[in-house]
Design a protein around this ligand. Structure first.
Ligand code: PMP
Length: 363
């Protein structure tokens, strides 16, 4: 029945998300979820919203949530756009601000969030993947050139490496002169990186993208948002309102408002994630002979000096630990490991320690 597909559908190469196994037997370190539960206030707000009013459509403008975000991030509600996970916000960004001139390709790193080329293909946007440096850094100079716009995560994924705002500023200034937008995907900024949000007033071409999936422990709720100049936000609203007026349901809106306002709860759990990340990084490099890229995210990108990435991925899976392996030339020997609880990470280190011992004995 594939002949019912149109040429657009035939031409797609969809994104493949990390596995979500149905059983509980795995330690899940593969999709950068937060290992700690959402704030109790979020659960309470969703319970309160699960009532008779579900009969009614939700607020299409998401006003209350935009006000809560504005308050927490010290911006104006008109500078905030909300959507069904940051993936949806990103899909709208690609549709609204990039392409179609092949002389001016969208630029993003060759090692980055693998949804970007998928959106590029979906919307027929010419793009060029810019190689990250030998040590997997984004070189800001590479993005000070003519382009059809720029997008990258800061910290980058799956490397975890972050740029200071000063480096991003150079790119913003250069691209503004050419009338191009710079989109900074801050999915992981709560884990140590420097956010660009305080600079949206100085740079009308700066758009930052955020998600409640990682730092707010709400991957299951599907809420993301963008912060930037009012005109950029209006552009995103035009795209959304030509697609689906109600991208966020009443339960998601209620939970998201509570999450965004409970700053102290999340500061505390994310601090714990950072402490665990540093401890695991130290153990991997000092005791287990791994290379670990310096991470400012809730995951680490690691390479064993003894085992290939694919082998190690399979061995960990066998032991009930799921991580992520990106089987591309530059990343094939690495694994991306989300930071779990201390208990989970101890099991992970233990399994690696035993594996390394076996290999040492063999050689
Ligand atoms: N941006 C980056 C860099 C990500 O890693 C992810 C998570 N896969 C997302 C955006 C999307 O997150 P969500 O749709 O859950 O908000």
């Amino acid at each position: 029945m594939y002949n019912y597909w149109n040429s657009r559908t035939r031409g797609l190469s969809p994104y493949v998300p990390g596995e979500q196994p149905g059983d509980k037997k795995y330690i899940k370190l593969n999709t950068n979820e937060n290992p700690y539960p959402p704030s109790p206030k979020v659960i309470e707000a969703i319970r309160n919203a699960a009532g008779e009013r579900l009969r009614l459509y939700p607020d299409p403008t998401c006003q209350e949530l935009r006000e809560a975000i504005a308050q927490t991030y010290r911006v104006k509600p008109e500078q905030v756009f909300t959507g069904n996970g940051s993936d949806e916000v990103l899909a709208f960004v690609f549709a609204g601000f990039f392409g179609p001139d092949p002389a001016y390709p969208l630029l993003f790193p060759d090692i980055t969030y693998s949804f970007y080329p998928v959106y590029g293909n979906l919307w027929n946007i010419p793009f060029r993947a810019v190689p990250v440096t030998e040590d997997f850094s984004i070189n800001p100079k590479d993005y000070q050139t003519s382009s059809g716009g720029i997008i990258f995560p800061n910290p980058n994924a799956p490397t975890g490496k972050a740029l200071p705002f000063q480096a991003i500023q150079e790119i913003l200034i250069c691209q503004e002169k050419q009338g191009r937008i710079v989109v900074i995907d801050e999915a992981y900024a709560a884990f140590g990186g420097e956010s660009a949000v305080p600079h949206i007033m100085e740079h009308p071409n700066l758009l930052t993208i955020h998600t409640l999936s990682k730092s707010a422990s709400l991957a299951g709720l599907r809420v993301g948002f963008a912060i930037g100049n009012e005109a950029l936000i209006e552009g995103l609203c035009r795209i959304r309102d030509s697609f689906n007026s109600y991208t966020l349901d009443r339960l998601a809106l209620a939970g998201a408002v509570a999450a965004v306002l409970d700053v102290s709860y999340y500061r505390e759990i994310n601090r714990k994630v950072i402490v665990t990340r540093e401890r695991v990084t130290k153990a991997l490099t000092q005791d287990l002979d791994f290379d670990v890229l310096p991470s400012e995210a809730n995951f680490i990108f690691i390479r064993s000096s003894r085992q290939r990435g694919a082998e190690l991925f399979a061995a960990l899976r066998e032991q009930g630990i799921l991580v992520r392996h990106f089987n591309k030339p530059r990343t094939a020997d690495f694994l991306r490991v989300s930071i779990g609880t201390d208990e989970e990470m101890d099991i992970f280190l233990n399994v690696l320690g035993k594996g390394a011992m076996k290999l040492t004995l063999k050689s």
